[in-house]
Design a protein around this ligand. Structure first.
Ligand code: NAI
Length: 715
């Protein structure tokens, strides 16, 4: 076994423990490392030649990436986990009690178990490099910081600040780490090691530049008395319940563990951590969240393709403005932003500036960088500069004839290998590129609104699109910080197709008398980020009707959208954007359901409580059956990609692991029985398709459509 921990020195009392895992880009704390650390600490405890020990990383970008996810994923017995947790807690406690001061010198991403190791050190020094992050993301994986994090962090930075990190599973930038007291000093990246050495020397000389923080309880006045703390805990609990709808057990459990650690002392805190972590790690929610984490990691590994150097965006509206800003912000690409009118161009520039300003305020960007980024954006009313671009993203009006004309025009102006991408949300990519010379370069790049926030891009390939073009766009999405999912050209592509089946059923339920608040509440409780009626308002009734039209034409009776939806559009109830839809709005703020809607549509909401399980099944199962069809048709390549697209594109609840994963966990055979029952009692549209029956026969979605790796993808 090659060792991952290397002791350097001591020289005049100063030694360093360098963590540098062999054959790995990151330092992960797994079984082998723990064994090694045990031996190292046995030695360190008896060293009399060390006066100060610095913990550092041998990796360029990573300090410590935390615990080994495989280990968390595979465990099934809480007792095994509790034992492993206590072992590491014991090692960190021994590190904390070493007979000389320790310093964690962080100059790379420091996550989970890495942060907890740093917290067991006397001092934490951090490099001011922009990509450094320090965090405790455990609750995002459905577990909690169990190697001392829940107990030590509040002692170091106070209760409120630590709850913010622990309950949100957050990471902070170096400046913030310093500001909240997580780091004792913020040091220039270029000469970080010199500064660390000077700091350590000062510690050895008995004149540390800052006071040791571990000893006393830091925190605001409110947190220093039991009553004040109770207020903080109660508020945090309310907030967790409001944001998670009670569907995520980890933050609530972490809150309780933090409370025990503060009220009953460190030993009780560590014991509560071990119990909490071991019970959470075997929960269905945690297994699903780890599954989602894996899906996201898998998507990141696919980024290989031709690098793009100059871009253009057509249309500076809602989407085009956002896409142009993103290309400049994340990929540092020069962007020609073309529109047919100057007003949208001015608005597009103002929108981009607004987003860059926010980054500046959050110290993610400096003023010169902001100017540099804004300089990349060049608004124009003509095609000047287009002869040099290798990518055009089109985001103009959603009209096939206009897009066809513009694409044909473009293909005569730009070089013949320039990629032509459309952000269309409903039109066929093949049809858009009909008159383009070299149609193999035409592709769909379907961003979601708002561009800067929504993580998914559907990369839509037509039968003509070349694989080199697909690879380049997939790679670009990675650069843009987006998750790409490659889907086949076809009505509604993947996400809108599935979504429309659930939205249509929600509208049918409304027609049957289930009230708007009941529908929205039920699906929010089920875990969706917003209810289906709120979502329809958000999407816009005009857009929803347009997409519904395209899909009904394609799928006939299978998709039944109530006819009255047209009346909403005629009445000017286009949704959130006009402040009037199913709900009433004050600006973008949603107020109450507009009672006039029921009148307009001639509907009477039922007074009695409907069966909410049935409501949720009726909304989810049509979408699930359609998912099986999409997989059978090859619209999406496997169940993992489908789940990723639904989580990233619609906010499908991560604690359910994705649509297919949820169905597999529930048991697809049982869900099929449910579909047949609904088909018999309500309407034949609920009948399971042949594609779904195949899934059931194979033993589930992941068994029928297992993860397929791209040829260039690492295992
Ligand atoms: P928008 O109406 O806000 O912006 C369209 C812009 O294109 C306008 O500024 C218009 O002046 C400009 N334009 C029209 N013809 C042009 C031409 N020939 N050359 C250059 N510019 C031209 O529309 P939005 O919402 O940004 O949508 C654009 C595209 O993105 C559509 O295809 C839409 O389906 C798609 N999309 C929209 C989403 C949304 O939520 N708004 C989500 C995903 C895709």
């Amino acid at each position: 076994m090659t060792s991952a921990l290397r002791l350097e020195g001591p020289a005049e009392g100063l030694a360093s423990l360098v963590f540098d895992a062999p054959q790995s880009k990151v330092n992960v704390i797994g079984r082998e490392l723990i064994t090694e650390l045990e031996a190292v600490i046995d030695d360190l405890e008896h060293r009399t030649d060390i006066s100060c020990l610095v913990l550092m990383s041998g990796k360029r970008r990573n300090f410590i990436a935390g615990a080994d996810i495989d280990a968390i994923e595979s465990v099934t017995d809480p007792a095994d986990i509790a034992e492993a947790v206590r072992l590491v807690q014991g090692l960190y406690a021994r590190w904390e009690s070493l007979p000389y001061p320790t310093i964690a010198a962080i100059a790379g991403s420091c996550i989970g178990g890495g942060t907890e190791w740093a917290l067991a050190s006397d001092y934490i020094l951090v490099s001011n490099r922009p990509d450094v992050r320090i965090g405790l993301p455990e609750t995002r994986l459905g577990i909690l910081p169990g190697w001392g994090g829940c107990t030590r962090l509040p002692r170091r930075i106070g209760l409120t600040a630590s709850l913010d990190i622990i309950l949100g599973g957050k990471s902070v930038i170096p400046y913030k780490a310093f500001k909240i007291g997580l780091a004792d000093a913020l040091m220039p990246a270029a000469s970080f090691h010199h500064h660390v050495r000077d700091f350590a020397r000062a510690v050895i000389d008995g004149k540390p530049p800052v006071e040791k923080r571990q000893a006393g309880f830091k925190g605001a006045l409110l947190e220093k008395n039991p009553l004040g703390r109770k207020i903080v805990f109660d508020q945090a609990r309310k907030q967790v319940l409001a944001t998670t709808g009670g569907n995520y057990p980890a933050p609530l459990r972490a809150l309780e563990v933090v409370r025990v650690g503060l009220e009953d002392g460190k030993t009780a805190g560590f014991a509560a951590e071990a119990r909490g972590l071991s019970e959470l790690a075997v929960s269905r929610e945690s297994k699903s969240l780890v599954h989602v984490f894996r899906l996201m990691e898998g998507a990141k590994k696919r980024a290989m393709g031709r690098a793009l150097k100059r871009s253009a965006v057509l249309g500076a509206g809602v989407m085009g403005g956002g896409i142009a800003q993103l290309l400049a912000a994340k990929a540092s690409l020069p962007v020609r932003m073309k529109d047919i009118a100057s007003e949208p161009l001015a608005q597009g520039m103002a929108h981009a500036y607004g987003l860059f300003r926010k980054l500046l305020e959050r110290r993610r960007l400096t003023q010169p960088q902001l100017l540099q980024k804004m300089n990349l954006l060049r608004p124009t009313l003509d095609y000047s500069g287009f002869a040099a671009v290798d990518l055009v993203v089109e985001a103009i009006v959603e009209q096939l004839d206009v897009k066809q004309k513009v694409f044909a025009e473009l293909s005569r102006i730009v070089p013949e290998d320039t990629i032509l991408a459309s952000n269309t949300s409903s039109l066929s990519i093949e049809a858009i590129g009909r008159d383009v010379r070299h149609p193999e370069r035409v592709i769909g790049m379907h961003f979601f609104n708002p561009v800067d926030k929504m993580p998914l891009v559907e990369v839509i390939v037509s039968p003509q699109t070349s694989s080199a073009v697909t690879d380049a766009i997939v790679a670009l999405c990675g650069q843009l910080g987006k998750t790409p999912v490659v889907v086949k050209d076809g009505p509604g592509f993947l996400v809108n197709r599935l979504l429309m089946f659930s939205m249509a059923e929600a509208l049918t339920l409304l027609e049957e008398g289930v009230s708007i608040p009941v529908l929205d509440r039920t699906m929010k409780k089920w875990g969706m980020p917003m209810g289906p009626i709120t979502l329809t308002d958000e999407v816009g009734l005009d857009v929803a009707t347009h997409v519904a039209g395209i899909l009904t034409e394609a799928f006939g009776d299978r998709l039944q959208v109530p006819q009255w939806i047209g009346r909403m559009v005629e009445d000017g109830r286009l949704g959130t954007k006009v402040g009037k839809g199913f709900y009433r709005y004050d600006g973008r703020k949603r107020l109450a359901v507009d009672p006039e809607v029921y009148e307009l549509l001639g509907l009477t909401p039922r007074e009695d409580d409907p069966d909410v399980v049935e409501v949720s099944h009726r909304i989810v199962l049509p979408m699930l059956d359609e998912a099986a069809r999409c997989l059978a048709e090859g619209v999406v390549r496997d169940a993992a990609d489908l789940d990723l697209a639904m989580i990233m594109g619609t906010g499908f609840p991560p604690f359910r692991g994705g649509l297919c994963r949820w169905a597999d966990d529930e048991g697809t055979a049982g869900l099929q029985t449910r579909m047949e029952e609904l088909a018999g009692r309500i309407h034949p549209r609920f009948e399971a398709s042949k594609a779904f029956t195949e899934v059931v026969e194979a033993g589930g979605f992941y068994a029928r459509y297992p993860r397929r790796r791209a040829p260039d993808e690492a295992a």
